[in-house]
Design a protein around this ligand. Structure first.
Ligand SMILES: [Zn+2]
Ligand SMILES: [Zn+2]
Ligand SMILES: [Zn+2]
Length: 146
């Protein structure tokens, strides 16, 4: 398992949850795909590697991971089906082209200061964020009339 995966397992344990076979299987599947899976994708994979894990427990695990900020549903392309993305280190960032749906991933967000301010201002404890910028990619921008 990667360091990031171990971190996620740790987060699960810290929150008081056991690493059941279903949870480990689903985390591993998400990990192998680098996130970006719909629940249907996850169900299909679970069925292939561990058919004894039921649909209900897949959905419960996805809900739990969402609550723990391990993953986050996002609505790229088709707004009716959320795609779950992993939040490595608690955050995940996209630039999405509104014309061709290209998704660009980036690592650094420099939002630590904002997070800190928000925690102070609203007296909350933040566990992660999903940041999405929308616009035109270089290809589409080049074709756009001014
Ligand atoms: Zn584009
Ligand atoms: Zn992503
Ligand atoms: Zn970030």
């Amino acid at each position: 398992m990667s360091d990031q995966a171990n971190l996620r397992v740790q987060r699960l344990r810290d929150a008081g949850y056991k690493l059941t076979n279903a949870r480990l299987t689903i985390l591993t599947i998400l990990e192998q795909h680098g996130g970006h899976m719909t629940s249907a994708d996850v169900l299909e994979e679970v069925d292939a590697v561990a058919p004894e894990i039921g649909r209900a427990s897949v959905f419960r695990s996805l809900d739990l991971f969402t609550r723990l900020s391990l993953i986050r549903p996002t609505y790229i392309n088709d707004s009716s089906t959320p795609t779950y993305v992993l939040l490595p280190g608690g955050h995940h960032h996209h630039i999405i082209c509104t014309n061709c749906d290209r998704v660009i991933e980036f690592e650094d967000c420099h939002l630590e200061k904002l997070e800190h301010e928000l925690e102070q201002k609203f007296r909350v404890r933040l566990t992660g964020h999903l940041l999405e910028f929308y616009g035109l990619c270089d290809n589409c921008a080049a074709r756009q009339p001014d």
